[in-house]
Unconditional design. Structure first.
Length: 276
């Protein structure tokens, strides 16, 4: 019996897979997006100790390291170079709102996570999407319809062993499935996988500010960056920070979805072994 071919989704195939993954790598470390939300809620400069005061289960020293890394990545800027100078979102970091919105909307429509905060949905979505070459595999399946393992590896230009690992992970994350239960049955994108076009487009546009004009942001100092957009080939796997949402009003980055508090069990697992 012949296998029906799925029509390709042009938005998925038209993006630069490496650029998308390089961009996602900047916000992939767990809790990075929650850190950005804390600064966005303030709407102005915050010293390390003030950010740490809203994140009582994370040491002030650790918060300082997280903000320093975000500064190196161009997501935040400092009002001066002196010790203790406050941080705030850069224009680049503030423009994450389009990416966060696309990720949260995709998660709401396609993932059965129940009632969770918008920022938590963003963290979960990035975890599913940022791994190297996962975008290429999804593009191959989107273009070719149901496809067997060896063909996927050939079309994506990947090692067979790596392709098998990536397909297993994409299956666990609900983005890829098989057309049957027998060994060797072809792989195909799930509805969630086929709906990724707007997410990939939003991420690629955010990563390339020269190609796509951004809407005017609130008055914040420009980030110190020596490049425009995300440089290809940058693997930004950072130290994870256990940051949870503050009690302030929702920020513009997450205003499109309700923000229930993170369950205590989540923050307990994420908290460092030594408190402040």
């Amino acid at each position: 019996m012949s296998i029906p071919v799925q029509p390709a989704t042009s938005q998925i195939g038209s993006v630069d897979a490496q650029r998308v993954e390089d961009a996602l790598s900047l916000i992939a470390p767990k809790w990075t997006n929650w850190s950005a939300q804390t600064l966005a809620q303030q709407g102005g400069p915050m010293r390390v100790r003030d950010v740490a005061a809203r994140l009582p289960f994370v040491s002030e020293q650790f918060v300082g390291k997280r903000l320093a890394q975000m500064h190196a990545d161009g997501l935040v800027t400092r009002a001066g170079d002196r010790h203790g100078a406050p941080y705030q979102l850069s224009g680049f970091g503030n423009s994450l709102s389009s990416v966060h919105g696309a990720l949260s909307d995709w998660s709401q429509a396609n993932l059965p996570l129940g009632k969770v905060a918008g920022a938590e949905r963003v963290e979960d979505a990035v975890r599913r999407l940022h791994l190297r070459h996962s975008t290429a595999v999804i593009q191959v399946l989107d273009a070719g319809g149901p496809m067997r393992f060896v063909r996927i590896a050939e079309e994506a230009g990947l090692d067979n062993g790596f392709t098998r690992q990536r397909l297993m992970r994409l299956q666990l994350d609900g983005l890829v499935t098989r057309t049957g239960s027998r060994r060797g049955d072809p792989y195909v994108l799930t509805d969630a996988g086929r709906a990724l076009g707007p997410v990939y487009t939003a991420v690629e546009r955010w990563s390339n500010p020269v190609a796509t004009p951004r809407p005017a942001a609130a008055p914040v100092a420009a980030a110190t960056r020596t490049h425009t957009g995300i440089p290809l080939g940058s693997d930004g796997i950072r130290t994870a920070a256990a940051l949870r949402r503050s009690t302030a009003a929702p920020s513009s980055l997450f205003s499109h979805a309700p923000q229930p508090r993170v369950p205590a069990a989540v923050t307990a697992r994420s908290a460092p072994s030594q408190g402040r």
